[in-house]
Design a protein around this ligand. Structure first.
Ligand code: FMN
Length: 393
C-alpha cells in the first residue's frame, strides 16, 4: 500500500497522487509571456507522473518580476500562453497550478546564472534596466541591493487588486489551483517579517499588524477564486536567520489562513536575507510542515531535499504533510514520480503509471530482460540513495 500514490481530493480537484512539482522559475519569458520552452519544460513533469504541477512564480505586475525573464499575468494577453500549458497538463492527468507573486525588495535582479545579484554593467549592456523596487519598508535585501520604496496605502490597494486580477486571468487560463507566494523575502513576506517590515502605520509593528496586508491579499484572492478550486499559500515557515520570524509566527499566520478559506500551507523557508543560519539536511523543512499541520489544523505541503521515494512516502503516511513537493530532484529526473511509483507499488503495477506510449514498451523490455536474468528490470534502476542520519525516516 502506498499513501503517496492514493488519489487525493482538494475541493473539486482530484489529484492522481500526492506529489507536487514545486514552482521553479525558469527566467526564460520575454515581457512576461510563456513560450514553447515553458510548455515543454512543464510538460515533462506531467508525462513524468506528478499529481500536481505548479507553474513558477508569475508576476502580478511588471514591477513584481524578480528578473527580466519572469512569467507574468498582469495583462490579458498573457492568458493564451499559460492556457496552453494548463490545457496540456490537464489533458495528461495532472492538476494545473500557478503561483502568483510579487518580488517586492528582490525585484529587478539578475538571472541566477548571470550573477544572482543586483543588475550590473553586463546586464545594462544587454539592454536590461532597473525598475522601481517596492517593499513593506525602505530596507534593501542586502548590501549593494536597490533600496526599495515603502508602499503607500494606495499602492498596497493596487497590489491587492493586481493579485485579484491575476487570479481571474488564471481562472480564464484554466488553472485548477492558485498559490499566493508569501515566502522567500518577496513582497508579502516583507510585510510578515519584522526584519523587513519596519512600518509605523497599521501594517507594521506587532505580528498581527504585520500579517494584516498578506491576509487582506489572500482573502481578496479567495473571494475572486472559484469556490470549487483550492487555494494554496507558500510561506517561509522560518526566515532562516537568527533574528527572523519563527515557526510560532507561521503557525499564527496559518490559523488566520485557515479561517479565510486557504486549503494548504506550502512550507518553505528562508530568503528574507542573503544568509541562512540554520543547518539543512535531508527533508530539512518537513518539521515545519508537520508543526503547521498539527498546531494550526490545516493541510500542508512538505518541500526541500526530499529525494527518495520511501522518504516521501513516510512523510505522508506518518501524516506529517498532505502533499510532497519535489524541486531540484525533478530537474535531475523529470520522471521522478514514475520511478517513485514503481519503487513503492507492487511489482505487477510496474510501469502502470507511465504514459502508455512508453509504459507498454518498458513492460515488454522488463519481461525480455527477466527472461535471461530472472530479475524484474525497471527502465532505469532508481539510484539507491542512502539517507544519512538526520533524515525524517
Ligand atoms: C530553479 C529553481 C527555481 C525556483 N523558483 C521558485 C519559485 O518560482 N517559487 C517558489 O516558491 N520557489 C521556487 N524555488 C524553490 C523550490 O520550489 C523548492 O522549494 C526548493 O528548490 C527546495 O526544494 P528541492 O530541495 O526539492 O529543490 C525554486 C528553486 C529552483 C531550484
Amino acid at each position: 500500500m502506498s499513501t503517496l500514490f492514493e488519489k487525493h481530493q482538494l475541493r473539486g480537484v482530484s489529484l492522481r497522487n500526492r506529489l507536487m512539482l514545486s514552482p521553479m522559475c525558469q527566467y526564460s519569458a520575454k515581457d512576461g509571456f510563456a513560450t514553447d520552452y515553458h510548455l515543454v519544460e512543464l510538460g515533462r513533469f506531467a508525462l513524468g507522473g506528478f499529481g500536481l504541477v505548479m507553474v513558477e512564480a508569475t508576476a502580478v505586475v511588471p514591477e513584481g518580476r524578480i528578473t527580466h525573464g519572469d512569467l507574468g499575468l498582469w495583462d490579458d494577453d498573457h492568458i493564451e500562453g499559460l492556457a496552453r500549458i494548463a490545457h496540456f497538463l490537464k489533458a495528461n492527468g495532472v492538476a494545473a497550478a500557478i503561483q502568483l507573486a510579487h518580488a517586492g525588495p528582490k525585484a529587478s535582479e539578475q538571472r541566477p546564472w548571470q550573477g544572482n545579484g543586483p543588475l550590473d554593467e553586463a546586464d545594462f549592456a544587454r539592454g536590461e534596466e532597473n525598475w522601481r523596487v517596492v517593499s513593506a519598508a525602505a530596507n534593501p535585501y542586502g548590501p549593494g541591493w536597490l533600496t526599495p520604496t515603502a508602499l503607500s496605502l494606495a499602492e498596497m490597494e493596487s497590489v491587492k487588486e493586481a493579485f485579484v486580477a491575476a487570479a481571474a486571468r488564471a481562472q480564464k487560463a484554466g488553472f485548477d489551483v492558485v498559490e499566493v507566494h508569501c515566502a522567500h523575502g518577496f513582497l508579502l513576506n516583507s510585510f510578515l517579517s519584522a526584519v523587513t517590515n519596519t512600518r509605523t502605520d497599521d501594517y507594521g509593528g506587532d505580528r498581527e499588524r504585520r500579517m494584516r496586508f498578506p491576509i487582506e491579499v489572500v482573502q481578496a484572492v479567495r473571494a475572486a477564486w472559484p469556490k470549487e478550486k483550492p487555494l494554496f499559500v507558500r510561506v517561509s515557515a522560518v526566515d532562516g536567520i537568527r533574528e527572523g520570524g519563527s515557526i510560532d509566527d507561521t503557525i499564527a499566520f496559518a490559523r488566520h489562513l485557515k479561517e479565510i478559506g486557504v486549503d494548504i500551507v506550502d512550507c518553505s523557508s528562508g530568503g528574507i536575507a542573503p544568509r541562512y543560519d540554520f543547518p539543512s539536511s535531508w527533508g530539512y523543512q518537513v518539521p515545519y510542515a508537520d508543526a503547521v499541520r498539527r498546531e494550526a489544523g490545516i493541510a500542508t505541503v512538505a518541500v526541500g531535499l526530499i529525494v527518495d521515494a520511501k522518504q516521501a512516502e513516510a512523510i505522508v503516511s506518518d501524516s506529517r504533510a498532505d502533499l510532497v513537493a519535489i524541486g531540484r530532484e525533478a530537474l535531475l529526473n523529470p520522471n521522478w514520480a514514475l520511478h517513485a511509483h514503481d519503487q513503492l507499488k507492487p511489482a505487477d503495477e510496474l510501469f502502470a503509471a507511465w504514459p502508455p506510449q512508453s509504459g507498454w514498451w518498458l513492460k515488454g523490455r522488463s519481461a525480455q530482460i527477466s527472461s535471461f536474468t530472472k530479475t524484474v528490470a525497471k527502465s532505469v534502476a532508481p539510484p539507491s540513495i542512502e539517507i544519512p542520519n538526520g533524515a525524517p525516516k
